[in-house]
Design a protein around this ligand. Sequence first.
Ligand SMILES: Nc1ncnc2c1ncn2[C@@H]1O[C@H](COP(=O)(O)OP(=O)(O)OP(=O)(O)O)[C@@H](O)[C@H]1O
Ligand SMILES: [Mg+2]
Length: 487
Amino acid sequence: MRSISRRLIASYLTIGLFTLIILETLFIVAISQYYIGGMERALMNSAEKSAVFFSRSELHSLIQEDTTIYDKSKFIFENMDSEEKAMIEVIDLEGNVVIDSTGASSEEKIITPDYLAALNGESSSWRGRTDNGEAIMAVSTPIYNERNMTSDKKIIGVLRYQSSMEMVNKVLFQYIFFVVGIGIVVLTASAFLGYMMARQILIPIKELIRVTGEIALGNFKVTAVKYHNDEIGQLVDAFNLMAREITKSDQAKNEFISSISHELRTPLTSIKGWGETILEAVDDRETTEEGLNIICRETDRLIVLVNDLLDFSKLQAQRLELHKEEFNLDKLLYDIRNQFSIRAKQEKIKLLLEENDDHALVMADYNRLKQVLINVVDNAMKFTIGKTNAEIKIISQLLDDQVAVIVEDNGSGISVEDLTQVKEKFYKGTSKKSGTGLGLSIASEIIALHGGELLIDSIEGKGTKVVITLPLYYELMIEDDDYYADI
Ligand SMILES: Nc1ncnc2c1ncn2[C@@H]1O[C@H](COP(=O)(O)OP(=O)(O)OP(=O)(O)O)[C@@H](O)[C@H]1O
Ligand SMILES: [Mg+2]
């Protein structure tokens, strides 16, 4: 965890440091060149001007040809701008300072590179330190004897301007100090920024780690706090959604286990009870027969339940295979009507299969579609029993490239709140007639596997309409009056 903030701070510092080093070096080089170069140019200018002035033949002619360089130097100083800030030296060809502007001539010979270059006829500069450690810049330029310009122009000495660099260095040092100071401020700011960035990232991540830990311990009801609406915020949203889904499915699983246990126990208790009764009254044929009938019915119920559970687990694991074949949908609807007709009569429900001109061939799994319709019609019956004028209608209808099977009842209907959830697994309303709540979720998944849709529309107290759409394989054109009798 800490390494993220360390890494961020380190990268901010590295970027900052690189940028600063480059910018500050450029700046320092530029400013040094500006100051030192400026100083060098100024010294060079003065030195060359003075040297030319001295070398001019007319002036030269004012002094005797055989005068010493010392006498000539004196002449230089007498004719020089007295405000010159540099120390000016006149040096002979051996390196002896003949005279300097301070008046204190030293014994020491000059052998600095600038002097040596001037002896070769080049003006040049040199930076170094004096014996007492003072930083200086010196510029030397040759002095010619130009009296006889055409024939013997020769170097007779060197004019050397020397100036202290202390002031320039001080100014430069102030600049360097200033930019390095700015650099330190910038670096501190980037480190701080890196730290803040890391904090901004780390706080929500730590929150996610905390919540993940809670979920790992089995506490699914936690929610992570969303700090920002960024990618991590989206992650928090996704995480919270996942936590809610886990909570829901955990709840559904618990409800399922309790409802399945209940569903299993009821028929098993009945089977056991009747088994014992039969054992006690083996000779009583009537009781035995009644008991065995009930045992068979309850066993059937158990088989249906276990099959539902198997289907459900197959659907969950996406292992449910369809065995598609081409068949006449009307035939399936007839089978269903026949299967429910006795029960409908017993329950005093009018079960109608509406005959019309819409006939379709479908490419589907006959048994699976039958299972779907059994559930839908079974629901319609369960929730219509007891109503006056109870009626269930089964209708087929052709739509463009689809065929719809509609099962409509005028039973109890479904409340608006329940309607959105009835197709969810294990969802059953509050009615005592409800079974496991698996029926519609299995049905709608089977229809979806066929490329169709199962829609439910209902008004509480008035009735329910279930519409199942399937892809139309082929439309049948039938003009035979005995068509319905034939199938
Ligand atoms: N025709 C209907 N009229 C009123 N309520 C219905 C109708 N069909 C379904 N429902 C409601 O939807 C719930 C879910 O139906 P579903 O078929 O999934 O489960 P079930 O019938 O309760 O159990 P199972 O089908 O597994 O025996 C039902 O419990 C009931 O509350
Ligand atoms: Mg059902």
